[in-house]
Design a protein around this ligand. Structure first.
Ligand SMILES: Cc1ncc(COP(=O)(O)O)c(C=O)c1O
Length: 412
């Protein structure tokens, strides 16, 4: 049978299957009260030595189906890998632990995770508030896909809780925010907007891709669901496309598990394993991303050809104080505007050498791009349109002086 498990039955994790509970770390599905600090959870939650061999890293269970001990006699709950796979379970438990949630789900991409969440939460006639700065693909999902099956949406500046409140309607079911946002690094006060959403009976969804759970944990601040493109900082090495959802409410977790299986856009075993591998070093990478991005933002702020810098770590950023309150540090993304308009911005992208010209973000290597022509081309003409003189940087973990030298030559 390829459609089970029932939405409420969870397969047994590798950790629970193992008789060697030798590191004393629980297997996941637990919240902030779990044993261990963030770094310890990142390395151990959901992962214990393989029960069959003792391998210290969960194996890649590259398998579609599982031998049953008699009809319905499942070992550990696994029957078909769309429904569940041990490598994916290990990642999903790890994700839940890192976000302080009770249920993590891993998908084939960030957009697949978003799609599953929206189709779980919404029915035709419902309304969604979306932010005025967001990943172009997220906007496209709302405007070109979700709208077609009868869901209405309106745009609000989510950095202003009053603007979000003003956008609410009787049938608003979801308030969606990105913080920091892509590409303008806007900051939303998660706790304040959670209050606004909950006051209207809506759920707050936070896309935590730019921050990662190491820098910010939206569920603890009142969010109902966290979304990730694990393609980015969680994977961290530009070698995998993936997505994730984490929630605290077990009932919502069950509904999402049902939809994940029913819709099918799961993370494959190798992709789940790559994301898990990346997560083990998330904390040290994010510390270096933040330190390097701070140096880059300072350099750009003092550069005569740069007209505006967007980085929440700068005291001049309008969201700086809220970011300092709800984030551990300010992350690795920096955007800036260049004097001379669109062509000047494109020229800076073309001239960069160490910063690789490319879409995506969150890898160890630095990337540069022109959002207007690349990642955010799909928002052209909408309320989310980005400035044409904007350049976005994903600041990697290379030697900071090399990064500063490259930007200096690209701007000169
Ligand atoms: C903030 C944010 N959310 C979601 C996504 C979508 O993720 P994916 O490309 O893994 O589908 C992206 C992709 O760039 C993103 O930047």
């Amino acid at each position: 049978m390829e459609c089970a498990p029932s939405s409420t039955v969870r397969p047994t994790s590798l950790a629970l299957m193992s008789e060697q509970r030798d590191n004393g770390i629980d297997s996941g599905g637990h919240g902030g009260g779990s044993p261990g600090g963030f770094e310890t959870l990142a390395i151990h939650a959901g992962q214990t030595a393989d029960p069959a061999t003792g391998a210290v890293v969960p194996p890649i269970y590259q398998v579609s189906t599982y031998k049953q001990d008699g009809v319905g006699g499942l070992r550990g709950g696994y029957e078909y890998s769309r429904s569940a796979n041990p490598t994916r379970t290990a990642l999903e438990e790890n994700l839940a632990a890192l976000e302080g949630g009770r249920r993590g789900l891993a998908f084939a991409s960030g957009l697949a995770a978003e799609d599953c969440l929206l189709r779980t939460l919404l029915t035709p006639g419902d309304h969604v508030v979306i932010p005025n700065d967001a990943y172009g693909g997220t906007f496209r999902l709302f405007a070109k896909v979700v709208e077609r099956w009868g869901v209405e949406w309106s745009v609000a500046d989510s950095s202003d809780p009053a603007a979000v409140a003003a956008a609410l309607r009787e049938r608003t079911k979801v308030v969606w925010v990105e913080t920091p946002s892509n590409p303008l690094l806007g900051i939303t006060d998660i706790a304040a907007v959670a209050d606004v959403a909950h006051g209207a009976g809506a759920k707050l969804v936070v896309d935590n891709t730019f921050a990662s759970p190491y820098l910010q944990q939206p569920l603890a601040l009142g969010a109902d669901a966290v979304v990730h493109s694990t393609t980015k900082y969680m994977g961290g090495h530009s070698d995998v496309v993936g997505g994730a959802l984490v929630v605290s409410d077990p009932e919502l977790g069950d509904q999402l598990t049902f939809h994940q299986n029913a819709m099918g856009a799961i993370a494959g075993p190798f992709d789940a394993w790559l994301v898990m591998r990346g997560i083990k070093t998330l904390a040290v990478r994010m510390d270096r991303h933040s330190a390097n991005a701070t140096r880059v933002a300072q350099l750009l702020s003092a550069h005569p050809k740069v007209t505006e810098v967007f980085y929440p770590g700068l005291p001049s950023h309008p969201g700086h104080e809220i970011a300092a309150k709800q984030m551990r540090s300010f992350g690795g993304m920096v955007s800036f505007r260049v004097s001379g308009g669109e062509e000047a911005a494109v020229r800076v992208c073309d001239r960069a050498r160490l910063f690789t010209l490319g879409e995506s973000l969150g890898g160890v290597e630095s990337l540069i791009e022109h959002p207007g022509r690349m990642t955010h081309a799909s928002v052209a003409g909408s309320a989310l349109e980005v400035p044409q003189d904007l350049v976005r940087l994903s600041v990697g973990i290379e030697t900071p002086e090399d990064l500063l030298a490259d930007l200096t030559q690209a701007l000169d």
